[in-house]
Design a protein around this ligand. Sequence first.
Ligand SMILES: [Zn+2]
Length: 351
Amino acid sequence: MYNNEINIPSLLKIGSGKIAKIGKYLIDRNYTKIALFFSDGIEGLVADKLYPGLEKYNISIVHKDIISDINIENAVHTAFKIPSETKVLLGIGGGKALDYGKYCAHILKLPYITVPTSVSNDGFCSPNTSLLVAGKRKSVKSTIPYGVVADIDVIETAPKSSLYSGIGDTISKITALWDWKQSFVKGFEYFNDFAGLMAYNSLDIIYLCDKLKPEDHEFKYRMVNSLVLSGIAMEIAGSSRPASGSEHLISHALDNVLTDSKMHGLQVGIATYLCSFLQNNQHEKVKDFLLKTGFLNFIEKDPVNKNEFIKALQLAPSIKQNYYTVLSEKDSFDKAINFIETDSILKQIIK
Ligand SMILES: [Zn+2]
């Protein structure tokens, strides 16, 4: 399926002190009446940076919500409560508020600006939104944000788990791109070269792990950039293919199976390690990156239950219909089990 309409964020600000400048970004675009969505506990964290900037340019907040759930029906109800004078919606926080606000803006056909305060996946700049549909977490087609304002000073204060989750979601392009390319080679779907190139280039961060540590400001800056590019690659492709393949199928299956599921990018990172081995695709590079960034050490402290992981592995190929990935290959399951039983790293993180 070709994407006939491609939207790319017009407002893209990544760096220090960006939240304080939101008022200026809004007034420059004549967005004077705004609706705000905060993740639970985030308003206090950003209030002294955000509000003076809004007041300075007389931006009025005509609707404000604190988001603690991601139920699609609630998002629809909220959307219709937003006053018609609203010019733009802003989602500020981690995953939930960003997803919820994105869907409200999509329904109302209003521009949407995400202000991620932690970067645990590529959702802050993707055309999809992760919501609860009939009690199950689903990726729902939405609209790519009009703007992204990522204040690295604030992102730096986020918990380590979200940083490692961001690392896992970043590295997943390696296996996602392999699955997509193979699916094309086998004649199942088209491959968009530009989207592929963009997603591949977003992996530049891998070559920085010798020089930078995840705690470094520069590393986080690069990671945000990388996740922005992968979101745009999805928009260009008209599907999630450039950033989601076998490793995401395993993560979706883990969401259904694990009694104690982990953050999206943490699950995706573990699955990328496994799937790059199954694909015989840059496995050493993936391993090196996940070791040097401390991702694998972080997972080791709270390993995944082995029986549940294997159950998810069985379920994963059936998560999406007519969708080729390395997991569609007959011998993949046995190969994966063997690897889980014998690989010294997996033995530490899947127990
Ligand atoms: Zn993801």
